[in-house]
Design a protein around this ligand. Structure first.
Ligand SMILES: C[S@@+](CC[C@H](N)C(=O)[O-])C[C@H]1O[C@@H](n2cnc3c(N)ncnc32)[C@H](O)[C@@H]1O
Ligand code: SF4
Length: 448
């Protein structure tokens, strides 16, 4: 009797409705999910992709230089002897074998490779060849974009020939400025004429895409010296001109001398914006195109390595301090050479820190490094990766950026205007912040 009374006061669980697609529906027990996505959507369109191991990019760090430039924040050391570099190359080669075997990388084709630094052009031809031979031995090497960072004071025709013979097809030359006074104020040892000479060696030999780096905001630069640098760079007919905004990191001599000790005066933010604004005018009138918000190219040139890594392709990092990514895990190698050697001596990966990229991080990375950085970005690419349209996620922010003249484009493509290029990474910050508002402000990646 007591039992019957209790049952009659309970709600009927079968009648508690829920909303699906705006309609009230009664629950059923017909749903029983064994997998997702549902099989009815599967087809043969990705069969080939399944059988092709995903490509990779490779970065190799050479942390030696003939000078320590006052603005430079990279991990580097003054080169002392050939033996010192030989020892580093020994461990680098050991790391290449260890990493390739640990992660089974031999079947994954190398799509792009970047030897950077420090100053890779301090390597002797023999040291360089040992590295390239080891890469060939432990990686699947077709005809990737193969970039090599060079510095005018350490460059020669014989070295250039050896790079070419080993498959290097892209030279990235650090020039920073063509004005001798400005170069000297940064504690660099070469002069403008040497930089031009090095550039000519590359263009005369042929077979390379040539990029040169300039720095906007160096100590001593004035509008006239800056204009002279941009004009001189373009007059050399370089394939790509990269202009970084000089950032005064706390580990640089400029920080110590300028911000801390007041010994030098650096152009202020307004002056630097003026430099870049003028550079964009000069670049446009020279017929160069925007490839990213800091790199400008002659028709058809792109930087495969940068595009691949910005889009999240796996990046295998070799050498002290280098950054890599395998699957969702980002990692950085130890940034102290002696400790890097110690780990390898014990046959251990020289990894120092890692970060697991969440889906939210991946969305933010795509907006920061692709949508707001590449001069134009196709919506279809985002759709294919994330399964929805970013316009739907943050319509008001996109509208605001359009209204205020930072981006243009139709709903198929997002394009930076000249103003958008000038403030490209700021546009990225605005997009990332809007995504954060929608998806939640909890932990997100280290990039923002
Ligand atoms: C690792 S450096 C290698 C270049 C080569 N060692 C040379 O000096 O010619 C690559 C580029 O980073 C850029 N760079 C260095 N320090 C920077 C800073 N504080 N802010 C922005 N870019 C910087 C420079 O333009 C440089 O050409
Ligand atoms: S800019 Fe190049 S040469 Fe100068 S310290 Fe940095 S890596 Fe070395």
């Amino acid at each position: 009797m007591e039992e019957t009374l209790q049952t009659s006061t309970q709600p009927d669980l079968r009648k508690i409705q829920l909303q699906i697609d705006g309609a009230d529906v009664l629950p059923t027990r017909e749903e029983f999910y064994t997998n997702y996505p549902f099989y009815k959507y599967w087809g043969s369109q990705h069969n080939q992709q399944l059988l092709t191991p995903a490509g990779i990019s490779i970065y190799i760090h050479i942390p030696f230089c003939i000078q320590i430039c006052d603005y430079c924040f990279y991990m580097k050391d003054l080169i002392k002897s050939k033996d010192q570099v030989n020892e580093y190359v020994d461990y680098l080669c050991k790391e290449i074998q260890l990493v390739s075997e640990t992660f089974g990388l031999q079947r994954r084709e190398v799509h792009s490779i970047y030897i950077g630094g420090g100053t890779p052009s301090v390597l002797t031809e023999a040291q360089f060849k040992r590295i390239v031979d080891t890469i060939h031995k432990y990686h699947k090497f077709g005809t990737p974009e193969f970039s090599f960072e060079a510095e005018p004071g350490t460059f020669s025709k014989a070295k250039l020939q050896s790079y070419k013979d080993s498959g290097v097809n892209r030279i990235s030359m650090g020039v920073q400025s063509f004005n001798d006074e400005v170069i000297k104020l940064s504690s660099r040892k070469h002069n403008g004429a040497q930089a031009i000479n090095s550039i000519r060696m590359v263009t005369e030999m042929g077979g390379f895409q040539l990029n040169i780096d300039l720095l906007s905001g160096l100590a001593g630069d004035k509008m006239n010296t800056w204009e002279e640098s941009v004009h001189t760079a373009l007059a050399q007919g370089v394939d790509m001109l990269t202009i970084y905004k000089m950032k005064t990191y706390a580990n640089t001599n400029f920080f110590l001398k300028g911000v801390h000790n007041n010994e030098i005066t650096l152009p202020d933010n307004e002056e630097e914006i003026g430099f870049m604004q003028r550079a964009l005018e000069i670049i446009d009138s020279a017929g160069y195109q925007r490839w990213s918000n800091f790199a400008f190219t002659r028709e058809g040139c792109i930087n495969v390595y940068a595009e691949n890594t910005w889009r999240g392709q796996d990046l295998i990092a070799y050498g002290a301090s280098s950054f890599g990514k395998i699957g969702n895990i980002n990692y950085q190698n130890i940034n102290n050479t002696a400790l890097y050697f110690d780990k390898l001596k014990q046959d251990q990966l020289p990894v120092f820190r890692t970060y697991n990229t969440t889906s939210k991080d991946a969305i933010i990375r795509e907006l920061l490094l692709c949508a707001a950085r590449l001069s134009s970005y196709r919506k279809a690419e985002f759709m294919q990766k994330f399964g929805f349209d970013y316009f739907q996620l943050i319509p008001d922010t996109i509208h605001q950026l359009e209204q205020k003249g930072y981006i243009t484009g139709n709903r198929e493509e997002l394009e930076l205007t000249r103003q958008g290029v000038l403030f490209g990474d700021f546009v990225g910050k605005v997009l990332a912040s809007a995504v954060k508002d929608v998806l939640g402000k909890d932990k997100i990646g280290f990039t923002y």
